[in-house]
Design a protein around this ligand. Sequence first.
Ligand code: GRF
Length: 208
Amino acid sequence: MKRLAILISGRGSNLEAIVHACVAQAWPAQVVGVVASRADAAGLDVARRLGVAVQVIAPSDHVSREAFDAALAACLDALAADVIVLAGFMRILGDAFVARYAGRLVNIHPSLLPAFPGLNTHRRAIDAGCRAVGATVHYVTPTLDHGPIIAQAVVPVLADDTPAVLAARVLAAEHRLYPLALGWIVHERLQVDGLRVRQLDGASQLLF
Ligand code: GRF
């Protein structure tokens, strides 16, 4: 059984999709805890409703980024987490933290990386005239929104889209994409070679 810890800062809709998939698809895995960087994260209530243990580790309670990262690492180690799932976690993790959990740290980003790392991806994609956008699940490296890409979902941009409308369309794709990618991880169906990730069963790593 793989032990999954999910890190959040906000709404928790990906967290919900992941917990549902873990149960519904009988993964050889268990979500052992949700850690929020904000006490007011709505996702904390989502986790509680799903019966998952929650903790809050807030940057404001720590004197430095290193101290915050250390507290987070202590929490994850107490949970004996095998896989650390970033699901709307709005803190940049330090290089030492990322190195410590290398290969076990996964993130979802609402763009087709390497395009549009960082914030406001939907606004930037609309302004750039993109006809397609999407979401990416990737292993985390010290560079922000970078790392071996596990799977991507492609979503159309429609003529009258606002960032909010587009974000909702991408989010629906995220809810399919993240469980798909994590399912492969818990079943050990991925092979990483540099920045390239191969799904060993030949399953498509691109969702439409
Ligand atoms: C998602 O759009 C995710 O891609 C981004 O933050 C958002 C989190 O949403 N990293 P939720 O908290 O899972 O609803």
